[in-house]
Design a protein around this ligand. Structure first.
Ligand SMILES: NC(=O)c1ccc[n+]([C@@H]2O[C@H](COP(=O)([O-])OP(=O)(O)OC[C@H]3O[C@@H](n4cnc5c(N)ncnc54)[C@H](OP(=O)(O)O)[C@@H]3O)[C@@H](O)[C@H]2O)c1
Length: 265
Protein backbone atom coordinates (compact mmCIF):
# COMPACT_ATOMS: atom_id res chain seq x y z
CA UNK A 1 0.00 0.00 0.00
CA UNK A 2 1.39 3.37 -1.09
CA UNK A 3 0.83 5.15 2.23
CA UNK A 4 1.31 2.31 4.73
CA UNK A 5 2.46 3.54 8.15
CA UNK A 6 1.98 7.21 7.18
CA UNK A 7 0.10 9.68 9.35
CA UNK A 8 -1.87 12.30 7.43
CA UNK A 9 -3.51 15.48 8.70
CA UNK A 10 -6.28 16.89 6.52
CA UNK A 11 -7.81 20.32 7.20
CA UNK A 12 -11.22 20.93 5.64
CA UNK A 13 -11.74 17.18 5.83
CA UNK A 14 -15.53 17.49 6.00
CA UNK A 15 -15.64 18.97 2.49
CA UNK A 16 -15.90 17.33 -0.93
CA UNK A 17 -12.17 17.19 -1.81
CA UNK A 18 -10.99 16.77 1.79
CA UNK A 19 -13.27 13.81 2.49
CA UNK A 20 -12.55 12.12 -0.86
CA UNK A 21 -8.82 12.42 -0.15
CA UNK A 22 -9.27 11.18 3.42
CA UNK A 23 -10.93 8.01 2.09
CA UNK A 24 -8.23 7.56 -0.57
CA UNK A 25 -5.37 8.10 1.92
CA UNK A 26 -6.95 5.58 4.31
CA UNK A 27 -7.47 3.02 1.51
CA UNK A 28 -3.77 3.48 0.68
CA UNK A 29 -2.90 2.52 4.27
CA UNK A 30 -2.49 5.91 5.97
CA UNK A 31 -3.82 6.74 9.40
CA UNK A 32 -5.83 9.91 8.81
CA UNK A 33 -6.39 12.75 11.27
CA UNK A 34 -9.33 14.75 10.03
CA UNK A 35 -9.86 18.34 11.05
CA UNK A 36 -12.66 20.71 10.11
CA UNK A 37 -14.77 23.64 11.16
CA UNK A 38 -17.96 21.61 11.62
CA UNK A 39 -17.23 18.75 14.01
CA UNK A 40 -20.21 16.64 12.94
CA UNK A 41 -19.09 16.58 9.29
CA UNK A 42 -15.57 15.49 10.18
CA UNK A 43 -16.86 12.84 12.59
CA UNK A 44 -19.14 11.44 9.89
CA UNK A 45 -16.19 11.09 7.46
CA UNK A 46 -14.01 9.47 10.14
CA UNK A 47 -16.84 7.05 11.04
CA UNK A 48 -17.28 6.07 7.37
CA UNK A 49 -13.54 5.44 6.96
CA UNK A 50 -13.41 3.29 10.09
CA UNK A 51 -16.52 1.38 8.93
CA UNK A 52 -14.62 0.60 5.71
CA UNK A 53 -11.69 -0.76 7.75
CA UNK A 54 -9.47 2.32 7.76
CA UNK A 55 -7.77 4.24 10.57
CA UNK A 56 -9.34 7.66 11.10
CA UNK A 57 -9.93 10.21 13.82
CA UNK A 58 -11.80 13.48 13.65
CA UNK A 59 -11.43 16.80 15.46
CA UNK A 60 -13.13 20.17 15.28
CA UNK A 61 -10.39 22.65 14.38
CA UNK A 62 -10.72 26.15 12.92
CA UNK A 63 -8.01 26.26 10.24
CA UNK A 64 -7.91 30.08 10.46
CA UNK A 65 -6.92 29.89 14.13
CA UNK A 66 -3.17 29.33 14.41
CA UNK A 67 -3.21 28.27 18.05
CA UNK A 68 -5.95 25.69 17.45
CA UNK A 69 -4.08 24.26 14.44
CA UNK A 70 -0.77 24.12 16.35
CA UNK A 71 -2.50 22.38 19.29
CA UNK A 72 -4.04 19.83 16.92
CA UNK A 73 -0.69 19.15 15.20
CA UNK A 74 1.00 18.69 18.58
CA UNK A 75 -1.73 16.30 19.70
CA UNK A 76 -1.46 14.23 16.49
CA UNK A 77 2.34 14.07 16.76
CA UNK A 78 2.08 13.02 20.43
CA UNK A 79 -0.47 10.34 19.63
CA UNK A 80 0.92 9.00 16.35
CA UNK A 81 4.62 9.79 16.79
CA UNK A 82 5.00 11.86 13.60
CA UNK A 83 3.16 13.76 10.86
CA UNK A 84 4.04 12.54 7.37
CA UNK A 85 1.44 14.24 5.19
CA UNK A 86 -0.54 17.47 5.54
CA UNK A 87 -3.29 18.58 3.15
CA UNK A 88 -5.16 21.87 3.35
CA UNK A 89 -8.55 21.33 1.63
CA UNK A 90 -10.26 24.32 3.24
CA UNK A 91 -12.67 26.15 0.97
CA UNK A 92 -14.96 29.12 1.52
CA UNK A 93 -17.68 30.65 -0.62
CA UNK A 94 -16.61 33.93 -2.19
CA UNK A 95 -17.69 36.31 -4.93
CA UNK A 96 -16.98 35.47 -8.57
CA UNK A 97 -18.46 36.93 -11.71
CA UNK A 98 -18.46 40.58 -10.56
CA UNK A 99 -16.51 43.03 -12.74
CA UNK A 100 -13.89 45.28 -11.14
CA UNK A 101 -16.13 48.37 -11.27
CA UNK A 102 -18.72 46.65 -9.06
CA UNK A 103 -16.40 44.56 -6.87
CA UNK A 104 -16.07 45.72 -3.28
CA UNK A 105 -12.69 45.70 -1.57
CA UNK A 106 -14.10 43.31 1.04
CA UNK A 107 -15.28 40.82 -1.60
CA UNK A 108 -11.90 41.01 -3.36
CA UNK A 109 -9.89 40.63 -0.17
CA UNK A 110 -11.87 37.80 1.44
CA UNK A 111 -10.67 34.80 -0.66
CA UNK A 112 -7.11 36.14 -0.73
CA UNK A 113 -6.86 36.79 3.00
CA UNK A 114 -8.49 33.50 4.06
CA UNK A 115 -6.59 31.28 1.60
CA UNK A 116 -3.23 32.81 2.44
CA UNK A 117 -3.93 32.75 6.17
CA UNK A 118 -5.10 29.15 6.43
CA UNK A 119 -2.34 27.78 4.18
CA UNK A 120 0.31 29.65 6.15
CA UNK A 121 -1.08 28.36 9.45
CA UNK A 122 -1.46 24.70 8.45
CA UNK A 123 1.84 24.51 6.55
CA UNK A 124 3.74 26.04 9.47
CA UNK A 125 2.14 23.66 12.00
CA UNK A 126 2.99 20.63 9.84
CA UNK A 127 6.51 21.79 8.96
CA UNK A 128 7.34 22.28 12.63
CA UNK A 129 7.00 18.51 13.04
CA UNK A 130 8.21 17.39 9.61
CA UNK A 131 11.48 19.34 9.46
CA UNK A 132 13.02 17.85 12.65
CA UNK A 133 12.08 14.33 11.52
CA UNK A 134 13.67 15.04 8.12
CA UNK A 135 10.68 14.08 5.96
CA UNK A 136 7.13 15.01 5.08
CA UNK A 137 4.82 16.14 2.31
CA UNK A 138 2.69 19.28 2.37
CA UNK A 139 -0.09 19.41 -0.23
CA UNK A 140 -1.95 22.60 -1.10
CA UNK A 141 -4.84 23.34 -3.47
CA UNK A 142 -5.31 26.06 -6.06
CA UNK A 143 -7.59 26.57 -9.05
CA UNK A 144 -7.00 27.33 -12.76
CA UNK A 145 -7.85 30.93 -11.82
CA UNK A 146 -4.19 31.25 -10.80
CA UNK A 147 -3.25 31.43 -14.48
CA UNK A 148 -6.28 33.00 -16.15
CA UNK A 149 -6.81 36.61 -17.21
CA UNK A 150 -10.46 36.61 -16.13
CA UNK A 151 -12.62 38.63 -16.17
CA UNK A 152 -14.71 38.39 -13.04
CA UNK A 153 -12.71 36.38 -10.53
CA UNK A 154 -9.97 38.70 -9.34
CA UNK A 155 -10.12 37.48 -5.72
CA UNK A 156 -10.00 33.82 -6.71
CA UNK A 157 -7.21 34.57 -9.22
CA UNK A 158 -5.00 36.30 -6.66
CA UNK A 159 -5.79 33.73 -3.94
CA UNK A 160 -4.93 30.80 -6.22
CA UNK A 161 -1.76 32.45 -7.53
CA UNK A 162 -0.74 33.23 -3.94
CA UNK A 163 -1.18 29.60 -2.86
CA UNK A 164 0.97 28.44 -5.78
CA UNK A 165 3.63 31.03 -4.94
CA UNK A 166 3.55 30.06 -1.26
CA UNK A 167 3.90 26.38 -2.17
CA UNK A 168 6.91 27.10 -4.39
CA UNK A 169 8.54 29.23 -1.71
CA UNK A 170 7.88 26.69 1.05
CA UNK A 171 9.34 23.93 -1.15
CA UNK A 172 12.50 26.03 -1.44
CA UNK A 173 12.67 26.69 2.26
CA UNK A 174 11.87 23.15 3.45
CA UNK A 175 13.50 21.02 0.74
CA UNK A 176 16.86 20.72 2.45
CA UNK A 177 15.01 19.43 5.53
CA UNK A 178 13.45 16.59 3.56
CA UNK A 179 10.00 18.15 3.22
CA UNK A 180 8.28 18.24 -0.18
CA UNK A 181 5.59 20.80 -1.01
CA UNK A 182 3.29 20.30 -3.98
CA UNK A 183 0.23 22.27 -5.07
CA UNK A 184 -2.66 20.50 -6.84
CA UNK A 185 -4.65 22.63 -9.28
CA UNK A 186 -7.85 20.86 -10.37
CA UNK A 187 -10.38 22.32 -12.77
CA UNK A 188 -13.96 22.44 -11.43
CA UNK A 189 -15.05 18.98 -10.27
CA UNK A 190 -18.79 18.47 -10.96
CA UNK A 191 -19.10 15.74 -8.31
CA UNK A 192 -17.81 18.19 -5.68
CA UNK A 193 -20.50 20.72 -6.55
CA UNK A 194 -23.10 17.94 -6.41
CA UNK A 195 -21.75 16.85 -2.99
CA UNK A 196 -22.44 20.30 -1.50
CA UNK A 197 -19.10 22.04 -2.05
CA UNK A 198 -19.00 25.80 -1.56
CA UNK A 199 -18.35 25.90 -5.31
CA UNK A 200 -22.14 25.54 -5.78
CA UNK A 201 -22.57 28.84 -3.98
CA UNK A 202 -19.78 30.39 -6.09
CA UNK A 203 -21.00 29.05 -9.44
CA UNK A 204 -24.74 29.55 -8.80
CA UNK A 205 -24.94 33.33 -9.37
CA UNK A 206 -22.56 33.12 -12.36
CA UNK A 207 -24.68 30.43 -13.99
CA UNK A 208 -27.84 32.38 -13.26
CA UNK A 209 -26.42 35.54 -14.86
CA UNK A 210 -25.57 33.49 -17.96
CA UNK A 211 -29.09 32.01 -17.99
CA UNK A 212 -27.71 28.51 -17.37
CA UNK A 213 -27.99 25.83 -14.72
CA UNK A 214 -24.77 25.00 -12.86
CA UNK A 215 -24.68 21.63 -14.62
CA UNK A 216 -25.00 23.32 -18.03
CA UNK A 217 -22.28 25.82 -17.13
CA UNK A 218 -19.96 23.00 -16.06
CA UNK A 219 -20.73 21.10 -19.29
CA UNK A 220 -19.56 24.23 -21.16
CA UNK A 221 -16.39 24.25 -19.06
CA UNK A 222 -15.81 20.59 -19.97
CA UNK A 223 -16.11 21.48 -23.68
CA UNK A 224 -13.31 24.02 -23.20
CA UNK A 225 -10.75 21.37 -22.16
CA UNK A 226 -8.56 19.26 -24.46
CA UNK A 227 -10.12 16.10 -23.04
CA UNK A 228 -13.70 17.46 -23.30
CA UNK A 229 -14.35 16.54 -19.68
CA UNK A 230 -13.65 17.75 -16.15
CA UNK A 231 -11.70 15.93 -13.43
CA UNK A 232 -13.43 13.45 -11.12
CA UNK A 233 -13.11 13.29 -7.35
CA UNK A 234 -11.35 9.91 -7.68
CA UNK A 235 -8.79 11.34 -10.12
CA UNK A 236 -8.12 14.20 -7.73
CA UNK A 237 -7.87 11.98 -4.62
CA UNK A 238 -5.70 9.36 -6.30
CA UNK A 239 -3.34 12.07 -7.57
CA UNK A 240 -3.05 13.28 -3.97
CA UNK A 241 -2.21 9.72 -2.87
CA UNK A 242 0.50 9.47 -5.51
CA UNK A 243 1.97 12.89 -4.68
CA UNK A 244 2.02 12.02 -0.97
CA UNK A 245 3.77 8.72 -1.64
CA UNK A 246 7.43 7.86 -2.16
CA UNK A 247 6.63 7.27 -5.86
CA UNK A 248 6.56 11.08 -6.09
CA UNK A 249 9.74 11.44 -4.04
CA UNK A 250 11.40 13.55 -6.75
CA UNK A 251 8.49 16.00 -7.03
CA UNK A 252 8.49 19.26 -5.11
CA UNK A 253 7.95 22.96 -5.72
CA UNK A 254 5.55 22.43 -8.59
CA UNK A 255 1.87 22.40 -9.49
CA UNK A 256 0.00 19.25 -10.50
CA UNK A 257 -2.21 20.50 -13.30
CA UNK A 258 -5.49 18.54 -13.16
CA UNK A 259 -7.29 20.71 -15.68
CA UNK A 260 -7.93 18.00 -18.30
CA UNK A 261 -5.89 20.15 -20.67
CA UNK A 262 -7.74 23.42 -20.06
CA UNK A 263 -4.36 24.91 -19.11
CA UNK A 264 -1.34 23.68 -21.05
CA UNK A 265 2.21 24.57 -20.06
N1 LIG B 1 -14.54 21.69 -5.86
C1 LIG B 1 -13.80 21.99 -6.94
O1 LIG B 1 -14.25 21.81 -8.09
C2 LIG B 1 -12.42 22.57 -6.76
C3 LIG B 1 -11.61 22.76 -7.89
C4 LIG B 1 -10.34 23.32 -7.73
C5 LIG B 1 -9.89 23.65 -6.47
N2 LIG B 1 -10.69 23.45 -5.40
C6 LIG B 1 -10.21 23.87 -4.09
O2 LIG B 1 -10.29 22.79 -3.18
C7 LIG B 1 -10.57 23.27 -1.87
C8 LIG B 1 -11.73 22.48 -1.29
O3 LIG B 1 -12.85 22.57 -2.15
P1 LIG B 1 -14.15 21.69 -1.90
O4 LIG B 1 -14.89 21.67 -3.18
O5 LIG B 1 -13.80 20.41 -1.25
O6 LIG B 1 -14.94 22.62 -0.86
P2 LIG B 1 -16.04 22.23 0.23
O7 LIG B 1 -16.71 20.94 -0.14
O8 LIG B 1 -16.90 23.42 0.40
O9 LIG B 1 -15.18 21.95 1.53
C9 LIG B 1 -14.45 22.95 2.14
C10 LIG B 1 -14.29 22.57 3.58
O10 LIG B 1 -13.53 23.59 4.23
C11 LIG B 1 -14.05 23.73 5.53
N3 LIG B 1 -13.72 24.98 6.15
C12 LIG B 1 -14.11 26.22 5.79
N4 LIG B 1 -13.59 27.12 6.65
C13 LIG B 1 -12.87 26.44 7.56
C14 LIG B 1 -12.12 26.80 8.69
N5 LIG B 1 -12.00 28.07 9.06
N6 LIG B 1 -11.53 25.81 9.39
C15 LIG B 1 -11.63 24.52 9.03
N7 LIG B 1 -12.34 24.11 7.96
C16 LIG B 1 -12.95 25.06 7.23
C17 LIG B 1 -15.54 23.62 5.34
O11 LIG B 1 -16.09 23.34 6.60
P3 LIG B 1 -17.66 23.30 6.89
O12 LIG B 1 -18.00 21.91 6.56
O13 LIG B 1 -17.79 23.63 8.30
O14 LIG B 1 -18.28 24.30 5.95
C18 LIG B 1 -15.63 22.47 4.33
O15 LIG B 1 -15.74 21.23 4.96
C19 LIG B 1 -10.86 24.78 -2.03
O16 LIG B 1 -9.72 25.50 -1.64
C20 LIG B 1 -11.09 24.95 -3.50
O17 LIG B 1 -10.67 26.22 -3.99
C21 LIG B 1 -11.94 22.91 -5.50
Amino acid sequence: MLLANRNAVIHGAGGALGSATAHAFARAGARVFLAGRTGAKVTAVADAIRAAGGLAEGAQVDALDSEAVERHADAVARQAGRIDIALNAVGLAHVQGTPLADLSLADFEFPVATAVRTNFITAKAAARHMAPQGSGVILTLSTPGARLPGPGYLGNCVASAAIEAMSRHLAGELGSQGVRVVCIRPHAIPQAAAAGSHTREVFGPMAERAGLTIDRMLAGAADGTLLKRLPTLDQFANTAVFLASDHAGAITGTVANLSCGFLVD
